[in-house]
Design a protein around this ligand. Structure first.
Ligand code: PXP
Length: 240
């Protein structure tokens, strides 16, 4: 069985940096560290309000990274221009609302379909692989195919919430499974992301045909506890 690719989303390294207006922790350092430890790609979301990743992060990470950079953008003219200029290997089109804390659901594919189609074709001509972040349903997969996307990323927020709350997730699991089979049959590459932790990633990894998982918030949060002890030991040595 081939290994499922892991895309590491480092947005929240930038969140911590921006909280103090400092230049650390560095998203570039996080990207290089993730690369060193076997991440298959690095994901960053350049939001309209630049609340975490900023334009200079995109430029420097793109120039230093050896593994593919996956740039998440909203379907806007501004983001299209930035993506065309920076040419990331992968692009994921995501919905964006100013007041949301995180990307709350998949794209509304009934909205602005003509613009989306033009945007996808321009990005593909510019040699970026294009993915659409959608809800795991058959209709949105069909539309994604008709828009000429290379891949779809299925929003896993709902199943992750059910798993975290120890509720029955069978119906949502079957829905995702059906979406994966349907998408693969149409020739789309299927990815999954949002809200994943060790347990939900393990459960969803049982679905054959998901090629890539993109994981951020939990992974960055968990990293604190995996390395907090080492940082404390280092300070104790310094303070001897
Ligand atoms: N995939 C996409 C398209 C996203 O927009 C995000 C961030 O919302 C993620 C994956 C990662 O989600 P999380 O940070 O919850 O792991």
């Amino acid at each position: 069985m081939s290994q499922i690719r892991l895309g590491v989303n480092i947005d929240h390294v930038a969140t911590v940096r921006n909280a103090r207006g400092e230049n650390y922790p560095s998203p570039l350092r996080a990207a290089i560290t993730a690369q060193k430890f076997g991440a298959h790609s690095i994901t960053i979301h350049l939001r309209e309000d630049r609340r975490h990743i900023i334009d200079s992060d995109l430029r420097i990470i793109k120039s230093k990274l050896k593994i593919p950079l996956n740039l998440e953008i909203a379907a806007t003219k501004e983001m299209l221009k930035i993506a065309l200029k920076n040419k990331p290997s992968f692009i994921c089109i995501v919905p964006e609302k100013r007041k949301e804390i995180t990307t709350e659901g998949g794209l509304n594919l009934n909205h602005n379909r003509n613009f989306l189609k033009k945007l996808i074709n321009k990005l593909k001509k510019n040699k970026s692989r294009v993915s659409l972040f959608i809800e795991p349903n058959i209709k949105d997969i069909e539309i994604s195919k008709s828009l000429n996307a290379d891949c779809v990323e299925l929003h896993t927020g709902k199943i992750c919430n059910l798993i975290n709350k120890k509720k029955n997730y069978t119906k949502e699991f079957e829905k995702i499974k059906k979406a994966v089979v349907f998408g693969n049959n149409l020739g789309l590459e299927i990815h999954a992301g949002h809200g994943l932790n060790f347990r939900s990633a393990k459960i969803l990894s049982k679905i054959k045909g998901i090629k890539e998982f993109n994981i951020g918030h939990f992974l960055i949060g968990e990293s604190i506890f995996i390395s907090l002890g080492s940082a404390i030991k280092k300070f104790k040595k310094i303070l001897k």
